[in-house]
Design a protein around this ligand. Structure first.
Ligand code: SF4
Length: 452
């Protein structure tokens, strides 16, 4: 539950406005703190006790947990709302493939290959799974450690799964520098695990037989200085899973209940045996709050829909996806190449650029910032007008790149031709196809005309 400015101000020193924090009064500072607009260290007069208390109260309702390092790190948690439409979700769930140490070498290699190679370009992003979940199931510790060693040689993030605490921490020794997630910490092994975790804090997956069992475990971990955890309430069915995931999210965000203020881990791989049902379960977990989702296997056909769903749910609904305003080179355009313009809605940009690419004609595609609106909507909103396009063209420097000062505008906004020509002296405005689908027929002929 977020703390209000008026509650924060009661814990501030209340010196007659010294303004050392950069705000005219303690109250103004408190109000800014409550919205995350400044930090506690700006007030040098806070007592250690007040500072610790405020740090705790101002911490996000759901702890941020980082697994792996560098470019491959997966950050989950830190969510601020229950429903996406209230604001936005922030950290998309990490998707893991389960590899048991009982599996054959070839199968293990194939699963690692899938996570390394199944990358999908998607509106300027790369969609992919991120994690290998390595399970000690053979009973042969050396076999498990060999699997961990092999996986640690990749750049992928790791989830280590072993009921045997000795095996779990022996595996950690092989990849501690990669920040693996250790699973499970339970009521039965926490006393054995705590000294090792205290000595070297590592993110852990906490498993309970029900939500209540998780609470004393996270409290113990926190007291020992282990604050990065993901929760597994041990749900056995989909119905239980939806109930438990929702309960944990509500307890953390609505009640501000710290012992449940952690992201969650879900195992569709253990909940259902049927491949298609497993993917459907994973899809439910993407929507219903899971932060790490472990699948028994996937291929391009099952993984891509999940990744697209994840992207859609974790895209900020307040801002349309947009690309940067500038000119983009498609192929290797020279001074005779056509110049086209479109809006900066990501979908528009990628459809238009793909249509140009398909013609194999090198071109310049200018992109006007319409705050993520499509061409016609951008024009209707006054963000794709002749004056604005002219100003963008002048600033972009595209005029220095081409001999023929001609620019192709989308046919849907043919009406801005005159206005654009007035605002862009020396340029001829050509009306292009109404839809990107028409570029294939239009561009080759048009490019030929420029070379005459
Ligand atoms: Fe108040 Fe601290 Fe700011 Fe001074 S520095 S005005 S005591 S909040």
């Amino acid at each position: 539950m977020p703390i209000s400015g008026s509650e924060i101000v009661k814990m501030l020193p209340g010196r007659k406005p010294c303004k050392d924090c950069g705000f005219p009064t303690c109250f103004a500072f408190a109000m800014k703190l409550a919205t995350g607009g400044t930090s506690l260290d700006k007030c040098p007069y806070l007592t250690a006790e007040a500072k610790a208390k405020l740090e705790d109260l101002l911490a996000p309702a759901i702890k941020l947990v980082t697994i792996a390092t560098g470019d491959n790190k997966v950050q989950v948690g830190n969510e601020e709302v229950i429903y996406r439409h209230e604001k936005t979700y922030l950290h998309p769930p990490g998707i893991a493939i389960l590899i048991s140490d009982k599996e054959e070498e070839a199968q293990i290699n194939e699963k690692i290959r899938k996570v390394e190679e199944l990358h999908f370009p998607w509106v300027g992003l790369t969609l992919k799974a991120e994690l290998l979940a390595l399970q000690f199931a053979s009973g042969d510790k050396n076999r498990f450690l060999a699997l961990v060693k092999k996986a640690a040689a990749t750049n992928l993030g790791l989830v280590l799964i072993a009921e045997d605490v000795e095996a779990l921490f022996a595996a950690r020794e092989l990849c501690a520098d990669k920040r693996p997630l250790l699973y499970p910490i339970t009521k039965d092994n926490i006393e054995q695990a705590l000294p090792k975790l205290k000595a070297q804090p590592t993110p852990v997956g906490v498993r309970g037989e029900g939500i209540e069992e998780l609470i004393p475990l996270t409290m113990k971990l926190k007291a020992a200085g282990v604050d990065e955890a993901v929760l597994d309430p041990g749900s056995k069915t989909m119905l239980e899973a939806i109930r438990d995931q929702t309960f944990i999210r509500r307890a953390a965000i609505k009640q501000g209940f710290r012992p449940l203020g952690y992201p969650t881990i879900a195992f569709p791989c253990f909940m259902v045996q049927d491949g298609l049902k497993e993917i459907l379960a994973a899809s439910m977990f993407i929507t219903k709050f899971a932060a790490i989702i472990v699948l028994s296997d996937f291929d391009q056909y099952s993984l891509l829909p999940l990744l697209v769903q994840r992207l859609n749910i974790y895209t900020d609904p307040r801002f349309p996806m947009a690309v940067e305003e500038k000119y983009y080179e498609i192929g290797t355009p020279n001074e005779e190449a056509p110049v086209l313009i479109t809006s900066n809605w990501a979908l528009t940009y990628f459809i238009v650029s793909s249509a140009i690419e398909a013609t194999k004609i090198p071109a310049y595609l200018c992109v006007k910032d319409t705050e993520g609106l499509g061409v016609l909507t951008g024009w209707a909103a006054g963000k794709f007008t002749g004056d604005q396009i002219a100003s963008m063209i002048k600033k972009s420097g595209i005029g220095d790149k081409v001999k023929n000062k001609k620019i192709v505008i989308p046919g849907k906004v043919a009406r801005i031709k005159g206005e654009l020509e007035d605002a862009l002296p020396g340029w001829e405005v050509v009306i292009g196809p109404r839809e990107a689908a028409g570029i294939g027929a239009f561009l080759p002929e048009y490019a030929k005309s420029l070379r005459k």
